[in-house]
Design a protein around this ligand. Structure first.
Ligand code: 9MR
Length: 467
């Protein structure tokens, strides 16, 4: 299945010659099939125009064949789901959930508590703390409850940190009326409604260094506090709206900085996801072929984090084609992986080749954590059953399958672990409680699965093969 023999040359020629490479691969190899094989989620938003049926048919065709995770550009936000107080509108979100189910895709929910896209009626309660607490709680309970079991992960809190200095964003209706505790509360409320959903804090400019003066440094201190206090946070979403640093020398931000954040979060047993990636150029500049090729390399470097860091699993791009992108509003252009005519750009090729050539380290304990150039790597065929993407938290939990029994070791004494079996699209297949360290899998069909064990605040996720 894997065409590794010709790849070393192809990788090099991609770097030199860019797009067009896709023709050299078998049609059945998509970003999606390769992401599945590597145990990661790769996705793009469904643009708002899709919901109104205003996009050409090949948009959807591309979307469902290339991606295994989806998020709505605007349709699950507060103003879309509760436009009037207590009157919820789930039509567009339901449409996306149906689309995802029909096409076996994981669904991301975006976003519950955010300062932007808040409907006007909420501002009627400005500074009324008790009422705002009720409003936010009611919203979260209804929206998360409506999509319980269908939306696998939520951006519970979005962009709550100030962009200019390391402190909370003080201008939001939630912060002004409630104070920073709206954040902790939002996580607790969401978890109470859907304990199986992964809950993320999502923000931008997190790729600018993990130090006390940068947003990521401030966030890390909050995540430490949340974890210490038992606030149910499972992931940080790095939006990663970045700019090409060669054509804009002033842009700060790098894949290495984001990787550092991933490593810090791993120590806390929290995942990192890239949730809104685009790599734009300044509007008005003439973007050359070599600029697009360099852009492809940057896309690849961010993908490396998701492939290589054990606690990173999602690579989501904020759009499909440059034709339908929010970037114009930010004075940027051409930040996505398909051009205006829905033709793949060099960035698409870079991602495809990287997914083709990536080999998980055989012994992850010895894995070199620095970014490696794929052109220097050997290519040997992978047994898909071995391509394990697992997040080994810094604890002693471990699991393995022998015959039809799952063995879990390292459980805290006298405790029960929750065990979930998911298919490779993240859909639940089987859930049970494990008391004595074993789970009987004799009723599960043969195949590849992801198993997730949760024991108190510790969890372990691993791909397994049932034969
Ligand atoms: O792409 C979205 C655009 O259509 C909306 O007009 C805009 C309004 O705030 O939100 C855009 O999406 C944002 C996302 O929800 C949060 N992170 C930044 C994204 C780009 O602005």
């Amino acid at each position: 299945m894997k065409k590794t023999h010709a790849l070393a040359g192809l990788v090099l020629s991609t770097a030199l010659f860019g797009a067009g490479l896709t023709n050299a691969f078998a049609a059945d190899e998509t970003l999606r099939s390769l992401a599945d094989k590597n145990g990661i989620y790769i996705g793009a938003i469904l643009n708002s125009q899709w919901f109104g049926g205003g996009l050409p048919g090949n948009y959807e065709q591309i979307h469902k064949s290339q991606f295994n995770i989806v998020v709505a550009e605007n349709e699950m936000k507060f103003d879309a789901t509760e436009p009037q107080e207590g009157r919820f509108n789930y039509n567009n979100g339901d449409k996306m959930v149906r689309y995802a189910q029909q096409n076996g895709m994981r669904v991301r929910g975006h976003a519950l508590a955010w300062h932007s896209q808040v409907p006007g009626w909420v501002n009627n309660y400005k500074n009324d703390k008790q009422k705002l607490l009720k409003v936010l709680k009611n919203h979260i309970q209804n929206v998360v409850g409506h999509w319980k079991g269908k939306v696998a992960e939520w951006d519970v809190v979005n962009e709550a940190i100030s962009n200019n200095e390391p402190q909370w964003r003080t201008g939001s209706v939630w912060y002004q009326g409630i104070g920073p505790e709206f954040i902790d509360s939002a996580f607790v409320w969401a978890h109470a409604v859907d304990p199986d959903a992964e809950l993320c804090y999502n923000d931008y400019n997190l790729e600018q260094g993990v130090n006390p003066k940068a947003k990521a440094g401030f966030l890390l201190e909050q995540v430490k506090r949340w974890v210490k206090n038992g606030i149910p946070i499972h992931c940080v979403g790095s939006q990663t709206h970045v700019e090409d640093t060669t054509t804009d020398k002033h842009f700060i931000g790098s894949p290495d900085s984001l990787r550092s954040l991933a490593k810090e979060l791993a120590k806390l047993n929290v995942k990192l996801k890239i949730t809104e990636l685009d790599i734009g150029f300044k509007s008005g500049i003439n973007v050359s072929k070599s600029d697009l090729e360099r852009q492809g390399q940057t896309f690849r470097q961010y993908l490396d984090i998701i492939l290589e860091e054990p606690n990173a699993d999602t690579y989501l791009i904020w759009g499909v084609s440059d034709k339908w992108s929010w970037l114009g509003g930010l004075n940027r252009q051409k930040g996505l992986i398909y051009d205006d005519n829905l033709k793949p750009k060099p960035a698409f090729d870079s991602i495809l080749v990287r997914l083709q050539t990536y080999e998980p380290p055989k012994d992850s304990a010895k894995a070199d954590s620095t970014v490696k150039d794929s052109t220097t790597k050997d290519s040997t065929a992978l047994d898909p059953g071995q391509s394990i993407k697992q997040f080994n938290a810094p604890n002693s939990l471990s699991l393995h399958v022998a015959g039809r029994t799952l063995f879990v070791t390292g459980l805290a004494s006298k405790t029960t672990a929750k065990v979930d079996l998911l298919d490779l699209q993240g859909r639940p297949v089987y859930s049970t409680n494990c008391i004595n360290g074993t789970v009987d899998l004799s009723n599960i069909a043969e195949g590849l699965y992801v198993v997730r064990v949760q024991n108190g605040s510790t969890n372990l996720t691993k791909r397994i093969s049932i034969k």
